[in-house]
Design a protein around this ligand. Sequence first.
Ligand code: ADP
Ligand code: MG
Ligand code: MG
Length: 251
Amino acid sequence: MLEIKNLHVQLEEEDKQILKGVDLTVEPGTVHAIMGPNGSGKSTLSYVLAGRDGYEVTEGTATLDGESLLDMEPEERAAAGLFLAFQYPVEIPGVGNMTFLRTAVNAQRKARGEEELSAADFLKLVRERAKALKIDADMLKRPVNVGFSGGEKKRNEILQMAMLEPKMCILDETDSGLDVDAMKLVSDGVNALRDAGRGFLVITHYQRLLDHIKPDVVHIMAKGRIIKTGGPELALEVETNGYADILNEVA
Ligand code: ADP
Ligand code: MG
Ligand code: MG
């Protein structure tokens, strides 16, 4: 499903290389976690996959179900089934959350050749999924993320994901800034979406999240590369010993 090969990325503005040969394959039905020290390129990887401006791919490929993501516009990537929950969700003043969700869902359906949801069906669906994330009616009416707390923004990202039902979900530090209860809500939201046809890439600093969202594979990223891959025990090792041992071992 998601296949990244030898991905090299540098900043467009300055001659700074950030990703230095990332290889990663996420099969349908699996959850891959990426951990790693600050500044290792985790967010950059998720941005490049989603199509954010400012980065230049100098080498390598990234495909979703065999189609090159790097040749697509961001909205085409979304239509192809890619979703990114941001580390820092953006506020969109003037655009109601509900309107935003409905527009996104219908654009997605259109891209898949499906009919738009009726207003009534959409409302039923959004209320049901919002309720599971403890997002109240007021939050659905307000402009997207404007004045939302950190935890509310992250839950709203998961609501977008739940509404869009993407094939490949990337979560960039969705757990950071969450209290224990919000982390449980977010994890439950993710777990509810786990199925045989869907893949997840969960970027996190903390083993804590991985207690709730049990990963199949854990990768450690450092200095623009994946330096070690293992099972869930690798996250526990990091939690106990930090990254120093792994970095030394690889060096
Ligand atoms: P992580 O998410 O693993 O903490 P990032 O992908 O955010 O790492 O950043 C990787 C490195 O690239 C850092 O050194 C960061 O400062 C740098 N970087 C990323 N984007 C930019 C940018 N737009 N301008 C300057 N430096 C950047
Ligand atoms: Mg960071
Ligand atoms: Mg980051």
